[in-house]
Every structure is written in structure tokens, then in C-alpha cells.
Design a protein around this ligand. Structure first.
Ligand SMILES: Cc1cc2nc3c(=O)[nH]c(=O)nc-3n(C[C@H](O)[C@H](O)[C@H](O)COP(=O)(O)O)c2cc1C
Length: 175
């Protein structure tokens, strides 16, 4: 099968997740294109049978290249199996209000682009102080200190559950 694995990432965790999926599916013999959605101009999606899109949430929204891609290729996306992975820190926790917020972000995205992904999964991302500017580090430290009191605020920390991600991909490919 030929798959497009597209990502929209700011600090690199969605890219890492996309690459992990690409490596896994390549090992299974599938044809893969791993693409930053920033570089999607001129892409001809008809070459692909399926797609995985991976995008992170920053301040309640996805990067604009994801919305641009979804709007540009809406008709292809509607006609093919697409797995949309929404990467966030809210998905690392169990707070009902945070999860409702994630649903609202998807609803807003669907309204703006006119495309509702047929399968959406929430994936826990990462805390990466090594990649934040001073202001972002200040904000993120406060968020992590309240959400994960045991975390070392000076060190990067991945919340992504790689084994669960592998199971999800196996399930989606089998379905
Ligand atoms: C400036 C900033 C804003 C963020 N806003 C949110 C948010 O609104 N909701 C959320 O759940 N996570 C938020 N996060 C956490 C990111 O979604 C998380 O760190 C993710 O792993 C980033 O993925 P990326 O490295 O692919 O960009 C934010 C992170 C940063 C640095």
C-alpha cells in the first residue's frame, strides 16, 4: 500500500511520531512518503491509498499548514482512509475539561477547513524546555508543575506512549 505520512510540528514531537509510523510501515513493506506539510505545495495525493496526518496543538490550534493542506485536499481526504493524530499535552492527562477542549479544537478545525477526519486519535506529546524561548519556558514550566508535579522542570520529557501508538497503527491498517 502507498501511504502519505504528513506532519505539522513546532518543537519536533509530531515529526518524531510521524517518522516512527513511517519507519514501522516501511518495515512492513509499504511505500511511504514522509512529508512536512509546510512542503506540500504541488503534492498529488492521488498517488496514495491512505494517509496519516500528525499535528500538534499550540495555544488551542494546529499549525496553519495543516489547515491549508486539509482545505486544499478536502475532496481526496473525504474519499480515502485518513488517520488524524492530534498531539498535545492535554492528552497526557485525564482532566475532563482538557479533553473537552481537545474536542472543541477539532470542531473548530473541521469548521474552518470543511473536512472532518474519519478517524481521530488524541496522542500525548512532550515537554521540551530545551526548545522553548524564555517566555514559553516560563509558561510551560507552570503548566507542567501543576499537571505533573513529579516532573523535573529543567529536563525534556516525553509523554507519548509508543507501544499504544504501535497498536493504534496496527488496528487502523487492519481495519
Ligand atoms: C507555546 C505552546 C503552547 C501549547 N499549547 C497547548 C495547548 O493549547 N493545549 C495542549 O494540550 N498542549 C499545548 N502545548 C503542548 C504541545 O502540544 C506539546 O508540547 C506537543 O508535544 C508539541 O508537539 P510538536 O513538538 O510537534 O510541536 C503547547 C506547547 C507550547 C510550547
Amino acid at each position: 500500500m502507498k501511504l502519505l505520512i504528513g506532519y505539522a510540528s513546532t518543537e519536533g514531537q509530531s515529526r518524531k511520531i510521524a517518522r516512527h509510523i513511517a519507519d514501522k510501515l516501511m518495515d512492513q513493506g509499504h511505500g511511504i512518503e514522509l512529508l512536512s506539510l509546510e512542503d506540500a505545495e504541488g503534492l498529488e495525493p492521488d498517488r496514495f491509498d491512505r494517509a496519516v496526518l500528525v499535528a500538534s496543538v499550540h495555544a488551542g490550534q494546529y499549525r496553519k499548514e495543516l489547515s491549508g493542506f486539509a482545505s486544499d485536499h478536502r475532496s481526496w481526504l473525504d474519499r480515502h482512509p485518513v488517520l488524524f493524530l492530534s498531539v498535545s499535552l492535554a492528552a497526557a492527562g485525564h482532566e475532563a475539561e482538557d479533553w473537552r477542549g481537545l474536542e472543541r479544537i477539532i470542531d473548530d478545525f473541521a469548521e474552518v477547513t470543511g473536512w472532518t477526519p474519519d478517524r481521530i486519535e488524541q496522542v500525548a506529546g512532550a515537554y521540551r524546555p530545551s526548545r522553548y524561548d524564555m517566555f514559553t519556558r516560563f509558561i510551560m514550566r507552570r503548566i507542567i508543575a501543576s499537571k505533573d508535579p513529579g516532573a523535573d522542570l529543567e529536563s525534556d520529557k516525553e509523554y507519548t506512549d509508543w507501544a499504544a501508538l504501535d497498536r493504534l497503527i496496527d488496528d487502523w491498517m487492519g481495519g
